[in-house]
Design a protein. Structure first.
Length: 96
């Protein structure tokens, strides 16, 4: 179980619809497991400017570079496939 409230940054191409769907889906799925997190959203091009306090980046597109935090790429809450695995992966990262 995650002991302290963590922050997840969700990044997509425009930081509008896709990141919102992913962010809400992740927060609700984690809440159902009793895990409460801070969620932030940004464009993938803006990730470096939003890293303060971030424990994990979830992106819907490929990104390159070292951001100093784990990155998970997924479209699970858009496609409906792989949601449980995504949440399991997120929990594993947050528990590290």
């Amino acid at each position: 179980m995650v002991e302290t409230k963590k922050t997840i940054l969700v990044a997509c191409g425009t930081a509008i619809a896709t990141s919102t769907v992913m962010s809400v889906g992740i927060a609700e799925a984690l809440k159902a497991r009793g895990i409460y997190v801070n969620m932030r959203q940004c464009k993938t091009a803006e990730i470096r400017g939003h890293l303060e306090g971030v424990n994990l980046i979830v992106t819907t597109t490929g990104i390159t570079g070292d951001f100093g935090v784990p990155i998970i790429r997924s479209l699970a809450f858009l496609t409906g496939m792989g949601k449980d695995k995504l949440i399991d992966d997120i929990v594993a990262v947050l528990n590290q």
